[in-house]
Design a protein around this ligand. Structure first.
Ligand code: GDP
Ligand code: MG
Length: 598
């Protein structure tokens, strides 16, 4: 009876098409959040999400809706991120649902992540409810977008709801469609417990708190549960739902989406994708978990203070619970000491991990330049994988080096196709196909080296198409490339953490660019610092950071106290993310400089 009144759905869309704002209106309309407590993108509860205006984490909430038919429904709504780096959050959300609300911007139409997310939902056999949002915009063209959804995505959009999440138009019609179109969960309530862990986070008081979707059975406080893959047994201390603040419940049953705490302190027991069952149920077939995510890029994470290595390990373990795509293993660097080589889904992901580690765990970190994984065929006929450029063997031992390519989808108005192709060609792209989405937009497909797109490709793409292009990509094949390792020497010492891999045709140019930018970034000392780039023993570029003449600190002692305090403060902040390498102070930007191109 209750189960028939449950609707579980995720909201998916391309970034910025209005998912979180639509979730706001739904929270309001269902009186889940009082008007006075309402704020924009309420479910973006992390500081980082609010500051950047993007959703990073999935967020599941329970709402109560009285439909026009007079019945009361329980909605479990999961808001999801739109950025390609966080698509793992989307796929995990979808596995907890029967339906997906697909939001498409009425002015922009179908974009690269619209398609990517729809495919995820279709793979999971979800009922898709299309919504055309932002109809209040002067540039909105809902009928064109309706056609696009039908032609490009292949969904029936004839009764797609037209909404303005901003102005609150069409939202109650959407809620009615959710009731009508999205199936209620099935799954036996009197069967043994079977629940999917789709997210988790560490809480100092309650231990690991699991986000679960119950597929079968029930769970309540005091129950003994077993996590199937880790085979660990715990006693449930609390179950509940987020609405959006946590509300304790007496029980959760098949079809529900909620949370469970069981004083789980052993972090590795509580993996996302695992199945929760009752302790005495030993012959359960685990639910199909999640595809392991392979990191796209790797970089080194080092505490600026070497004594914080163990703190960093603990922080990474805890963060990994809440960020299932994060990977890490210890590594060491001559220049930076002990740290971790971490795997990320992209640079935004890497940036977010660094920020979260610093904010939530109070650490100061240096990240080294991200690198893709190279496959190296050696002269002794063995093959190795190189995730850290400084591990690249000597050229004399190498037969060939292969690098990962991605299959990229770029959607763009046709007038910018030329600009897109020029950029893709310059980034060593291999043209694949070009299809018209409608009269004036095309979908261009390229194979591109992953290393060429991870850093600033998207920015360059945006600026060369006046912001109109959208990009989505997935890992493709490895291909042989003419690649070389470039080492950087500061004050005559090679700094392993600054080594990087480049295509031979661009090596000279990159060497020049990098020495020039390091010269700008690295603070002067009272001696001259030579900055060199080398391939093997051969120096390919060189510049000098001049010694400073004046005593800068003496300036601080003059001037008014206010200004002095400010200067000191600035200096203190400048010190953060700085690492002494020999006698040279290397700031964080230096490690990223090796990726910048003009
Ligand atoms: P998300 O990335 O899909 O979650 O998108 P957000 O909900 O964060 O919205 C992105 C931007 O679009 C924000 O500035 C919103 O205020 C704006 N926005 C969302 N819905 C509408 C709408 O219906 N009309 C207009 N004009 N702007 C909207
Ligand atoms: Mg959002």
């Amino acid at each position: 009876e209750r189960q028939e009144h449950i609707r579980n759905f995720s909201i998916v869309a391309h970034i910025d098409h209005g998912k979180s704002t639509l979730a706001d209106r739904i929270l309001e309309l269902t009186d889940t959040v009082a008007k006075r407590d309402m704020q924009d993108q309420l479910l973006d509860s992390m500081d980082l999400e609010r500051e950047r205006g993007i959703t990073i984490k999935l967020n599941a909430v329970e709402l109560h809706y009285k439909a026009k038919n007079g019945e009361n429904y329980i909605f479990h709504l999961i808001d999801t991120p739109g950025h390609v780096d966080f698509s793992y959050e989307v796929s995990r959300s979808l596995a907890a649902c029967e339906g997906a609300v697909l939001v498409v911007d009425a002015a922009q139409g179908v974009e690269a992540q619209t398609l990517a997310n729809v495919y995820l939902a279709i793979d999971d056999n979800l009922e898709i409810v299309p919504v055309i949002n932002k109809i209040d915009l002067p540039a909105a063209d809902p009928e064109r977008v309706r056609k696009e959804i039908e032609d490009v995505v292949g969904l029936d959009a004839s009764d797609a709801v037209l909404t303005s999440a901003k102005a609150g138009i069409g939202v109650s019609e959407l809620l009615e469609q959710i009731v009508d179109k999205i199936p209620a969960p099935d799954g036996k309530i009197d069967a043994p417990l079977k629940a999917l862990i789709f997210d988790s986070k560490y809480d100092d008081y309650r231990g690991v708190v699991l986000s679960i979707r119950l597929m079968e059975g029930m769970v309540k406080r005091g129950d003994k549960i077993r996590l199937v893959n880790s085979n660990a047994v715990y006693e449930v201390t609390e179950v509940g739902v987020n609405s959006p603040d946590p509300i304790k419940k007496d029980y959760l049953m098949a079809g529900d989406v909620g949370y469970l705490a069981a004083s789980i302190k052993t972090i590795k027991d509580a993996r996302v994708g695992d199945t929760v069952t009752s302790a005495n149920n030993t012959d359960v077939i685990p639910l199909e978990g999640y595809r392991e995510m392979n990191p796209m890029v790797y970089s080194g994470l080092y505490p600026t203070d070497n004594a914080k290595f163990n703190d960093l390990r603990e922080a990474l373990e805890k963060l990994q619970l809440n960020d299932a795509a994060l990977e890490f293993e210890p590594e060491s660097s001559q220049a930076l000491g002990f740290g971790f080589r971490c795997g990320f889904l992209g640079l935004l992901h890497m940036d977010v991990v660094q920020e979260r580690l610093e904010r939530e765990f109070n650490l100061d970190l240096i990240t080294t330049a991200p690198s893709v994984t190279y496959k190296v065929d050696l002269t002794d006929d063995t093959e190795i994988e190189v995730e850290n450029p400084s591990d690249m063997p000597d050229a004399s031992q190498i037969k060939s080096v292969r690098e990962p390519y991605v299959n990229a989808n770029i959607m763009v108005p046709s007038e910018y196709v030329g600009a897109v192709m020029e950029l893709a060609q310059y980034r060593r792209g291999i043209f694949d196909t070009m299809d018209y989405i409608d009269d004036n937009r095309v979908n261009v497909k390229y194979e591109l080296p992953l290393s060429e797109i991870i850093f600033d490709f998207f920015d360059k793409l945006k600026s060369s198409t006046r912001g109109y292009a959208s990009l989505d990509y997935e890992l493709g094949e490895y291909k042989v490339s003419n690649l070389v390792k470039i080492d950087i020497l500061l004050n005559g010492d090679q700094v392993d953490a600054l080594s990087f891999i480049a295509h031979r045709d661009f090596a000279q140019q990159r060497g020049n660019e990098i020495t020039a930018s390091l010269k700008k970034i690295i603070p002067r000392r009272n001696f001259e610092i030579p900055v060199q780039a080398a391939i093997g023993n051969k120096i390919i570029a060189r510049t000098n950071i001049k010694a400073y003449r004046k005593d800068v600190t003496s300036k601080i002692h003059t001037g008014d106290p206010d200004r002095r305090a400010k200067l000191l403060d600035k200096q203190k902040r400048g010190k953060k993310r700085m690492k002494a390498v020999g006698r040279v102070e290397v700031p964080q930007e230096a490690f990223m400089a090796v990726l910048k191109t003009d």
